[in-house]
Design a protein around this ligand. Structure first.
Ligand SMILES: C[S@@+](CC[C@H](N)C(=O)[O-])C[C@H]1O[C@@H](n2cnc3c(N)ncnc32)[C@H](O)[C@@H]1O
Length: 252
């Protein structure tokens, strides 16, 4: 059976699995962090409708649906190529929508419509101002009592500059060793994917829409916490950390 893009399931699964392997090189405890997110969502009774922010290939959406078959899962993603892959992968089991999370207005489109939100390895791609924008929209789309879990690289905050540098450096060195032993790195995966003929239209849209990056470094834990509290979240804490990767949880 073929789905979106006319791809057979094994073909899209191969791209998804290869991207997961690339992501695991960056965050080796990725699966455990996803499990923590799911456990927290269950703990707070927030399983009804979950939004995956920056869903990429839809790997987390698919896993959430396996674990919670009664949940409604939505993936938001700004990259047209990733959207095409996620739609081919998920085949209608989750809604996948194009959305730049830093653009204002998406929160107003459907107030309080999600019980939980998860972002995995996404929000280091926006700066502190971008994070504050995302927090504001998120506060609008999460129902009161809803949960946000942010799994990401987040610098250990000052005033511990040597510890912060050591944590970032240690992970980068082990990352380099893992990448050296891997089939491909992030750039090689992208370079290979972009040659797929069925993605040509999405690649053109990607060039038009995803050309600008953040103007500053990723938001630190303190900046993320301040942004979420400022947007109306009531409790924010790092609940798990390994070196410079942390799981931050926030209650609406
Ligand atoms: C490193 S990938 C991780 C994908 C997925 N969350 C996962 O863990 O497999 C980061 C994803 O975030 C998306 N992204 C980055 N900034 C975004 C933004 N401002 N709005 C929506 N998506 C964004 C990228 O397009 C990319 O697909």
């Amino acid at each position: 059976m073929t789905g979106h893009l006319g791809w057979e399931q094994p073909r899209v699964q191969d791209w998804v699995d290869r991207f997961d392997a690339v992501m695991r090189a960056h965050v080796p405890w990725r699966d455990a962090a996803h499990r923590t997110a799911l456990d927290l969502v269950s703990e707070f009774g927030a399983t009804e409708s979950i939004v995956d922010l920056g869903c990429g290939t839809g790997a987390l959406c698919a896993w959430l649906l396996e674990q919670l078959p009664d949940s409604r899962v939505t993936g938001l993603e700004r990259d047209p190529v990733m959207i095409a892959v996620a739609q081919a992968h998920l085949r209608g089991r989750a809604t996948v929508r194009e959305q730049d999370l830093t653009r204002s207005g998406w929160g107003a489109a459907g107030p309080a419509r999600f019980s939980a939100a998860i972002a995995s390895s996404v929000l280091h791609m926006v700066d502190a101002a971008g994070y504050a924008a995302v927090a504001g929209e998120l506060a609008a789309v999460l129902r009161p009592g809803g949960l946000f879990v942010d799994i990401d690289e987040m610098a250990v905050d000052p005033p511990v500059p040597r510890l912060a540098a050591a944590c970032a450096g240690l992970r980068q060195r082990t990352l380099a060793a893992r990448v050296a032993g891997a089939r491909e790195d992030h750039d090689a995966w992208w370079a290979a994917l972009l040659t797929e003929p069925e993605l040509a239209a999405a690649v053109r849209q990607r060039q038009e829409r995803c050309s600008t990056g953040p103007s500053g470094p990723p938001a630190s834990v303190a900046q993320r916490t301040a942004a979420l509290l400022g947007a109306g979240f009531t409790e924010v804490a790092v609940v798990e950390r390994r070196l410079d990767v942390a799981v931050l949880a926030a209650l609406r």
